[in-house]
Design a protein around this ligand. Structure first.
Ligand SMILES: Cc1cc2nc3c(=O)[nH]c(=O)nc-3n(C[C@H](O)[C@H](O)[C@H](O)COP(=O)(O)OP(=O)(O)OC[C@H]3O[C@@H](n4cnc5c(N)ncnc54)[C@H](O)[C@@H]3O)c2cc1C
Length: 406
């Protein structure tokens, strides 16, 4: 039996952010933290890798420079309905940064290790049992005891299954495809040249002519798919690629819906791509609902295990934000020697992160059920000022309002 003070189950952005914030704010706890990660870095993670400004703000405040990770910047975000709509730019900076998750998580894990945080890779947690004054964590290799445990094991995590076996689960369906860039004459969208090589040298600024947009098209809503098709520029091993996908919150699951890949296939073929030629992968996203439970004595949840953004399925910045709040809760618990964590959910809901999650939950239930074509067209094509204000307040820009010190 190995004893640790703080065991973090899962080494994705939420688990690593929790550990990094603990190390920054409560350095005395650093040697008492252990992260258990079932995979080995750089491990694959199905994700489009869109980093909003808030993720960058949180990382910057941790003293981390995300420019070190190979990336592609989209200079504008398009919100479309049937290929027409509005676009959003952020003055003097990119609107969305796109990273690959194997590279990003590997980078973040190496930063955590450099700061003295122990990570054990290749260890799968099998069972979690809260006891009177500790938590027992059984893995495929050995059993650990911890005074506090963080469930950071994602949408399908084992921690939640053991702690809240009967709690309602809200999950979105998501499919993703990576394709090379096909050069098209006179296509509807401006394209970078085919097979352009991105500077895989990290940190190389790209000029404006190399920038391009990230597209969200909400046409599937009219067919009871409560979400959108996306198309982002990305890179794999320095080669320019496109990342496509479809997101469905499942809010309209009771209605008649076409197979999820149908609207994705339609959008891809409009732009000259044949979906059948590429590998398609799927993974759920567990989303935030105000009734989601987030802790029991000695165990608290972060990231997808607590709940990602229901409206767009955005979860990387959210995971980093949960990490900050969880670190504060754990640090204070050790100072007081009191591990009920009974105020954690209230504090999450009161924070800038919680308010944004709540707003996006309301937006999801407001916008997706109003699925008439004319209404969706009205929002995405004609209400630009309103959409920009809502996006600025509720989608972007909450990171600055998070506490910078705990
Ligand atoms: C197709 C798709 C596209 C997406 N695109 C975007 C996007 O563009 N932008 C964005 O912001 N978000 C996106 N998301 C959401 C984003 O990927 C998640 O919200 C984010 O990864 C959550 O981070 P996390 O740390 O909570 O969980 P994860 O990243 O899932 O990390 C959990 C970690 O726990 C480990 N683990 C799991 N079980 C165990 C166990 N039993 N024992 C030990 N370790 C375990 C896993 O190996 C993993 O490393 C997308 C998701 C999907 C599915």
């Amino acid at each position: 039996m190995h004893e640790y003070d703080i065991l973090i189950i899962g080494g994705g952005p939420s688990g690593l952010s929790t550990a990094l914030h603990l190390a920054r704010e409560f350095p005395e706890l650093t040697p008492r933290i252990l992260i258990l990660e079932k995979a080995h870095y750089p491990r694959p993670k199905l994700c489009a890798g869109g980093l909003v400004i808030d993720a960058e703000i949180i990382l910057q405040r941790l003293g981390l420079n995300v420019n070190e990770v190979t990336h592609v910047d989209a200079d504008r975000i398009h919100f479309d309905f049937e290929a027409k709509g509005l676009n959003i730019r952020i003055p003097k900076r990119h609107a969305l940064r796109i990273i690959r998750r194997d590279e990003f998580d590997n980078w973040l894990a190496s930063k955590a290790e450099n700061r003295g945080i122990e990570i054990r890779e290749g260890v799968t947690v099998k069972r979690i049992t809260p006891l009177q004054d500790s938590v027992s964590v059984e893995t495929d290799q050995e059993t650990f005891r911890a005074r506090a445990v963080v469930g950071a094991d994602g949408s399908n995590g084992v921690t939640r299954r053991y702690i809240f076996p009967d709690a309602p689960v809200h999950t979105a369906r998501v499919l993703e495809i990576i394709t090379p860039v096909i050069a098209r004459e006179g296509s509807d969208r401006s394209n970078p040249p085919a097979h352009k090589k991105f500077a895989s040298k990290k940190n190389t600024p790209r000029n404006d002519s190399q920038r391009e947009g990230a597209y969200f098209d909400f046409s599937p809503v009219a067919n009871n798919i409560a979400g959108y098709v996306w198309d982002f520029p990305t890179q794999v091993n320095g080669e320019a690629m496109r990342c496509w996908g479809i997101y469905d919150t499942n809010i309209l699951a009771n209605e008649k819906r076409p197979p999820l890949k149908e609207p994705l296939s339609k959008e891809m073929s409009r732009l000259g791509y044949n979906l059948e030629q590429y590998e398609i992968k799927g993974y759920p996203i567990r989303w935030f609902s105000p009734d989601n439970q987030m802790s029991v004595p000695r165990v608290l949840f972060v990231g997808d295990a607590a709940g990602a953004d229901p409206f767009l399925g955005e979860g990387i910045s959210i995971a980093l934000g949960y990490g900050l709040l969880a670190a504060r809760e754990i640090g204070k618990a050790f100072q007081r020697n009191e591990f009920s964590f009974n105020d954690y959910r209230r504090r999450v809901l009161k924070s800038a992160l919680g308010q944004v999650l709540l707003a996006r939950w309301i937006l999801a239930y407001l916008i997706y059920p109003l699925k008439w074509r004319w209404f969706q067209m009205l929002i995405w094509r004609f209400l630009k000022p309103l959409v920009i204000v809502v996006a600025w307040i509720f989608v972007l820009n909450w990171g600055k309002r998070m506490p910078s010190t705990l």
